[in-house]
Design a protein around this ligand. Structure first.
Ligand SMILES: [Fe+2]
Length: 389
């Protein structure tokens, strides 16, 4: 990654930060904004960050008349792998100083993977709900990532693709996922988790760049999914590579995982789920939801981000990528995590009722006239044209 040696900002990053703070964060004058990064991420840790990116965002918050407080967390040291076949599950606790700071913040801008809303500790969403603080999860955590095509793509455009994709879905609809690798799953769509349907605008949890379809609850899942990669955070927690040495075949019946077949990763996954199930019950095996990426440009070059895991994490938001969530142990109060083990598919066809969400990896909502109208308003920024950026 290029080392940024001065505070000078390229136009690309200025555009991204404008979207981050105005469209996504909706920062208002007078607000007390808490910007949180972690020190390990400066030196090879998981919470990838650079000081330049934090300083640019801090200046942007101040320019909007808000107070820009920066907290650099010294994160607890702990093993990457959270379990052992003997049955031991390692948890960890949020730094108390974060809790204290959030108690008096109006908005939280989070630069830390470890403080993920959906993929790490359940304490994070619980704490945000307790203090009623919206969390802007800035995933473009370095100067290079803030300057990328991924971050410059208009926030409003990706939001519209997201909302249009979920707009006409009905609870109880029959759905199928098929892929030329042999995957075939079907089931019914569960009720939306909030009263306003599947396609609600972001309020409390606001990821930047915008990137995934609302989570679609699924019921009565039957069939088999074949996949060769999974979410990097949970690959690390389980102790398997993000990209597998051999495809994993998961069979599902009546909404639950029945078996894992494949190579060494399938064996590790089978043991991991069995260990969890012993402590946290059969919900460990429930297949609870599906969704996928909605971003036209969710990929970055190695010179923009040297971390293989983080690049894979970004690509999980690309509009040709969808995934099924495996397992629901989070409901058990004794389990400290939000598990986010995913069966990742690129190029799938997903049909819900009479509607296609993806056709062979093409996200259908990208062709909606409302989406095209927004893209037309940003002729100088990356949009629906993926070949020329
Ligand atoms: Fe997901």
């Amino acid at each position: 990654m290029s080392q940024v040696s001065s505070g000078m900002m390229p136009r690309q990053a200025a555009l991204a930060i404008g979207d981050l703070l105005d469209r996504c964060g909706q920062i208002q004058a007078g607000q007390h904004v808490l910007i949180v990064a972690a020190l390990d991420g400066l030196h090879g840790g998981e919470n990838l960050v650079d000081e330049q990116a934090v300083s640019w965002v801090q200046a942007g918050v101040q320019q909007r008349g808000a107070y820009a407080n920066v907290l650099w967390l010294d994160m607890p040291i702990r093993p990457a792998r959270i379990w052992s076949p003997s049955g031991k599950i390692d948890g960890w606790k949020l730094p108390p100083i974060l809790k204290a700071a959030l108690a008096s913040a109006d908005v939280f801008i989070n630069f830390c993977v470890d403080l993920s809303f959906e993929e790490e500790l359940k304490e994070v969403p619980e704490l945000l709900a307790e203090h009623n603080v919206p969390m802007v999860r800035n995933m473009a955590t370095t100067a290079s990532l803030l300057s990328s095509v991924w971050a410059q793509t208009p926030y409003e455009l990706v939001s519209e693709i997201r909302l249009r994709a979920a707009a006409n879905l009905q609870p109880g609809a029959h759905w199928t996922i098929t892929h030329q690798n042999g995957s075939r799953l079907d089931g019914t769509l569960g009720p939306a988790t909030s009263g306003g349907g599947y396609g609600e605008a972001r309020t409390g949890y606001r990821p930047f760049p915008e990137g995934v379809l609302p989570r679609l609850p699924i019921r009565d899942v039957e069939g088999e999914v074949v996949f060769s990669s999974t979410n990097p955070i949970w690959a690390r927690h389980i102790g398997i590579p993000t990209e597998f040495s051999a495809p994993v075949h998961v069979t599902m019946r009546d909404g639950f995982i029945k078996d894992f077949q494949g190579g060494s990763e399938a064996a590790e996954l089978r043991d991991f789920y069995a260990t969890l199930a012993k402590q946290f019950g059969e919900e460990t095996y429930r297949v609870r939801l599906m969704h996928g990426g909605v971003h036209p440009h969710a990929h970055v070059r190695r010179d923009q981000c040297p971390s293989d895991a983080y690049r894979t994490f970004i690509e999980h938001h690309n509009w040709n990528s969808m995934h099924v969530h495996l397992g629901d142990a989070r409901r058990n109060p004794q389990f400290p995590y939000n598990p986010h083990v995913t069966a990742e598919l690129h190029g799938a066809t997903v049909q819900i009722g009479d509607t296609y969400l993806w056709k062979e990896g093409r996200l259908v909502s990208a062709d909606d006239p409302a989406v095209r109208a927004i893209a037309d308003r940003y002729p100088d920024r990356p949009g629906l044209d993926v070949d020329n950026w």
